[in-house]
Design a protein. Structure first.
Length: 578
């Protein structure tokens, strides 16, 4: 691009032969662009290596087109507007231009193909490159104005060097972080250069009223040179001056790279909050010789004095507290530590969460294995129980009755263990909740001889597993009856209500209240065990209700000493497994 632009200068300087040859070298620019695209985007395009190796053939063809158009007089120099000589295209020159455009189109089509197959920063780079190509095409159109008898000054051609800069920028903008840093610094220094020039212009303008006309009339070129020299000296002196100022104001507060790397490694290697606190305090004391405490989100008590206070709001943050009487150099050093601690806290938090998730996974796997083992043992226990029952048939009636009761108790425990350890598969069907509840109430009333009242509308239909829901009601009513029959005037009330959200089943009794210490663990296995029970009743109730996507809880705020509440949604899946 630079050589092609230089060709116009040669034409204006009366070097017409060389200038014409260079200007007819149009095809070399899109050929170089096509070669670049093949190398840059060969992998995203999945192009074979043989195609990428055709670059010499492309260049040979371009050179042949250039020479053919030059030999056949593809262009000539003639006056145009205010120019004494400007390049005009002849017939073969137009063919030269057509070939140039065709190669450029091929290169941009490859860009489009790569855009569809790429993502991320590469895709952004391709987009920038495509826009830059459109910019270059727009600028170069003024090149053919004389050949088309368009008498407009080719202002666009003056901006052609920007195309070469933008091509490079499009490639590296989203690819190289280091280049972005250099661009950022270049923008800063250009802004400083412009600012210094304005400042010097203002100063020189103010010198004129003071009688210093010679300084006030300094040309613009000198302003640029003086400002540039000033900035160069400022750039060279900035690093040493900053280091000198740091050592002067903050003596001993320099943190070398090896120490910083050691701090980062040690802080990120801890496995607990206490270890993080201890490690940070030791690293700080070893470097500064000043004792300081670390408080992490209020987990630890700390004495009076300098404290690194790490807190988590939306993100982890660390602030210095109680450092007013500490030397400035140590305060400066503490700022470095305060910048490292939030990252260490976030890393440790993620590690602990991952460790907890892994622990729960292993615990769940262990429970599954334990459940299978428990079910197998429960099955095996039935055989010896049957043998005991048959052997007891020949014993004294009183002994036989005692053995029979203990076998029944063991059978109940085996049944509950199998229910709790196995999967709960629901067979949902429309069920009249009143009929189901009434039949269960009558069964428990007859079995235990206790008073049970039922308050429920006669037409409440719900999609549930009737056998599983009856098991829930039997467990809860059986528990209530076991406690109520031990007191005078014991009563049980079963109340069923419903609304647009679901059905609420409340089982109240006036037996002894549940102890406070037991309430948080009431639905866990072997917590609420009563005399003659297996200790799994309420745990089984929770599993069945959960399988119905419902809720069950204990309450002592319903006007009764003990209330168990069950809420079931109106809609259920056709088949649920828990």
């Amino acid at each position: 691009m630079a050589i092609w632009c230089f060709g116009h200068i040669l034409v204006l300087q009366d070097h017409q032969a060389v200038g014409t040859l260079i200007l007819l070298g149009n095809p070399l620019m899109p050929t170089a662009f096509l070669h670049f695209v093949l190398l840059w985007l060969g992998d995203p395009l999945d192009l074979p290596q043989q195609l990428r190796k055709l670059a010499p053939l492309f260049y040979f063809t371009a050179v042949a087109v250039v020479l053919a158009s030059w030999v056949t007089g593809g262009g000539y120099i003639s006056p145009w507007m205010q120019f004494e000589g400007f390049f005009h295209l002849a017939f073969t020159g137009w063919l030269n231009l057509a070939y140039t455009v065709a190669i450029g189109v091929v290169g941009h089509l490859l860009l489009l193909m790569a855009f569809r197959r790429s993502k991320g920063n590469l895709r952004r780079s391709i987009t920038a490159m495509f826009i830059t190509g459109g910019w270059g095409f727009t600028l170069s159109t003024s090149f053919i104005f004389p050949s088309l008898d368009i008498n407009l000054f080719p202002y666009a051609m003056l901006a052609l060097p920007s195309y070469a800069v933008l091509v490079v920028y499009s490639v590296v903008r989203y690819r190289l972080v280091e280049v972005n840093r250099w661009v950022n610094q270049a923008v800063i220094w250009l802004a400083l250069l412009a600012t210094s020039m304005l400042a010097m212009s203002l100063i020189l303008a103010l010198l004129a009223p003071l009688g210093l006309e010679e300084l006030a009339q300094a040309p613009l070129s000198q302003l640029v040179v003086y400002s540039g020299i000033l900035l160069v000296f400022a750039w060279l002196a900035y690093g040493p001056a900053k280091e000198f100022a740091d050592r002067l104001v903050y003596p001993g507060a320099v943190l070398d790279k090896s120490t910083l790397d050691q701090w980062v490694t040690r802080l990120n290697a801890v496995r607990g909050w206490g270890e993080l606190r201890q490690t940070a305090e030791q690293l700080w004391l070893r470097k500064s010789g000043v004792a300081a405490s670390v408080n992490i989100d209020g987990r630890f008590d700390y004495p009076q004095g300098p404290v690194f206070v790490c807190e988590k709001r939306e993100q982890w943050d660390c602030r210095l507290q109680g450092w007013e009487d500490v030397a400035p150099s140590h305060q400066r050093l503490a700022e470095f530590m305060a910048k490292l601690l939030p990252s260490a806290c976030a890393t440790l938090e993620r590690s602990l969460l991952l460790a907890e998730a892994e622990r729960k996974r292993l615990e769940q796997q262990h429970l599954v294995e334990l459940g299978g083992l428990t079910a197998a043992i429960a099955h095996e226990l039935r055989n010896p129980l049957n043998i005991i029952t048959m052997a007891a048939a020949q014993t004294d009636p009183r002994i036989r009755e005692h053995i029979s009761k203990q076998v029944e108790r063991a059978e109940l425990l085996i049944k509950d263990v199998l229910t709790y350890a196995g999967q709960i598969r629901l067979e949902l069907k429309p069920t009249n909740l009143y009929a189901l509840t009434a039949a269960t109430v009558a069964q428990i009333r007859q079995l235990h001889g206790v008073e049970i009242a039922l308050q429920a509308p006669e037409e409440v239909w719900l999609s549930v597993d009737p056998q599983r829901l009856q098991q829930v009601l039997i467990n809860l009513l059986d528990n209530a009856a076991a406690f109520v029959r031990q007191i005078p005037l014991g009563r049980i009330l079963v109340a069923v209500t419903h609304d647009e959200h679901g059905v609420l089943i409340a089982i109240h009794n006036n037996g002894p209240a549940v102890p406070e210490a037991m309430k948080p663990r009431l639905f866990q296995a072997f917590v609420s065990k009563r005399a003659g029970g297996s200790g799994l009743g309420l745990a089984i109730v929770r599993r069945i209700v959960d399988a119905h996507r419902g809720e069950v809880w204990h309450s002592d705020e319903e006007g009764w000493p003990v209330s168990f509440m069950i809420r079931l949604p109106l809609e259920q899946n056709e088949k649920e497994t828990a």
